[in-house]
Design a protein around this ligand. Structure first.
Ligand SMILES: [Zn+2]
Length: 478
């Protein structure tokens, strides 16, 4: 049965580096929510992708002497590969360098904004940080006048730009967000964006001269300019579902959930809604804003040497978990990082979580119950167990923790009641208890399926075919 259409999106990653652990977290969160909404009958379309234009990429490709399209292809592949390993299954992978699918829609949106008289050409002199690909004002800089993120002085740029008249939308956006017509999760992020709107929005530069940046989408009817990131990248959410063509799925668009990091809240909760209002399009329904992943309480950085690389974790899990290595990482991210706040992980906490919840938890419990069932010739009644999983307020982390506490209860039930001993003195009672364990395990594993789809399928196969896993599902870490 197909229910409500629902578009679920991740932010599109900037195509100049391989995915970091924060990307991995966002992907598995979005995938889990997609699986959940499908499970409860939603007709979900899940998109992710890459933001591949701009000066930063153009310069880096040039430095490395690689044609810029090849340069972004390399990184797109690294994201696609990671998604596959993490059981992240999307319906479409958007790439903003995709001329066939993306350019036309982005240019269509631009023209709508021109028609609405929200785009104007102005002469512009400002500070610009190439690292951020963003214009800066004095108050954005540190005491040395540097970009606080890149620790370099921004360039002074004077050029002709198109501007988007964002300021005129301040009140309308305020109304949409305060009424929750566009709902921001969590409440603290809603308050943050409301405070920003209270101060008022300024107009934003919306294009760059082609003399400075060539790697971008041409501005319609102006050969001298390419689009700046706003219309080029944010439009991916529309072009992925056919905007600008006769195939645009507006029914899908009206129920959209954006999943983003806290650093791009302003883009998604101020600039993007204004663009949509100007183009006479509905706003997304909700924006879920997650935090950053720190390690030992600090932002991960090469200088601090505390970077935890998803590829390294996959390698670490490869030998003990085999084909479930990606699901081990998926579990760690979903279980150890809160849905909406910053989360801290270290190699120690990751190893401890793997051992407690996967090796000693899911893996061990499955082996134990299947061994009891097989050695006592007890089979599950093949009940029609269906997942009863709930996700309250989009809190995937809270939901997974509940499943894990059910699992612990089952473990305790076995430890306390010892069905393997009972069956030796009271066959009927012992069998009943083992059947109970099988049915409980089946329920828990059904509930686990949105978080760990392959693991869940493997355990269900063991229950239904009455067999042991060929080897421990999650072996010991070296
Ligand atoms: Zn910067």
């Amino acid at each position: 049965m197909k229910g409500n259409k629902h578009l679920i999106t991740t932010a599109i990653a900037y195509g100049n580096a391989s995915p970091h652990i924060g990307h991995a977290f966002e992907f598995v969160t979005a995938d889990t929510l997609s699986r959940f909404h499908r499970l409860i009958g939603g007709d979900v379309y899940f998109i992710t992708g890459m933001d591949e234009h701009g000066q930063k990429i153009e310069r880096k490709a040039k430095e490395q002497n690689i044609p810029v399209q090849e340069f972004v292809d390399i990184y797109a592949k690294s994201f696609i590969d990671l998604d596959a390993k993490l059981s992240v299954v999307y319906d479409f992978f958007v790439r903003t360098s995709d001329k066939a699918k993306h350019y036309q829609g982005a240019q269509h949106l631009w023209k709508k904004l021109v028609d609405a008289k929200t785009i104007e050409k102005r002469s512009y002199k400002a500070l610009y940080c190439v690292g951020c690909e963003e214009f800066k004002t004095e108050k954005d800089l540190n005491e040395k006048g540097e970009c606080p993120l890149h620790l370099v002085k921004p360039e002074i740029v004077e050029e002709e730009n198109y501007f988007f008249t964002l300021s005129q939308f301040t009140d309308k956006i305020k109304e949409k967000i305060s009424s929750d017509e566009l709902k921001i999760y969590p409440e603290s992020r809603k308050n943050e964006i409301m405070a920003l709107l209270e101060r008022g929005l300024g107009d934003v530069s919306f294009s760059r001269p082609k003399s400075k940046v060539t790697w971008g989408i041409p501005v319609p009817e102006d050969d001298t300019q390419v689009m700046y990131v706003w219309c080029d990248a944010l439009s991916n959410y529309l072009t992925a579902i056919g905007y600008g063509t006769e195939h645009f799925d507006k029914d899908l668009w009206v129920n959209t959930t954006h999943i983003i990091g806290k650093d791009i809240l302003r883009f998604h909760a101020a600039i993007w809604p204004a663009m949509l209002l100007a183009a006479d399009l509905p706003l997304p329904k909700r924006i879920l804003v997650h935090g950053f992943i720190t390690s030992h309480g600090q932002k991960m950085s090469k200088t601090l040497g505390n970077v935890i690389d998803p590829q390294e974790l996959l390698q670490m899990f490869d030998s003990p978990a085999g084909e479930l290595a990606g699901e081990a990482l998926r579990f760690i991210l979903l279980h150890e990082v809160p849905s909406f706040e910053d989360g801290d992980v270290t190699m120690e906490t990751i190893r401890a979580s793997y051992t407690a919840h996967l090796a000693n938890g899911i893996g061990n419990l499955t082996s134990r119950i299947m061994k009891m069932a097989i050695s006592n010739a007890v089979r599950s009644k093949m009940s029609d167990v269906r997942s009863k999983i709930q996700i309250q307020e989009y809190d995937t982390n809270g939901s997974l923790k509940k499943v894990m506490s059910e699992m612990r209860l089952l473990d305790e039930y076995i430890a306390t009641n010892e069905p393997f001993k009972v069956i030796k003195v009271d066959m009927e009672r012992g069998k009943e208890m083992i059947v109970y364990c099988l049915v409980r395990l089946e329920q828990i594993v059904e509930d686990l399926s949105i978080f760990m789809p392959k693991t869940s399928a493997k355990i269900l196969e063991c229950i239904r075919e009455n067999k042991m896993p060929e080897k421990p599902l999650f072996g010991r870490l070296a």
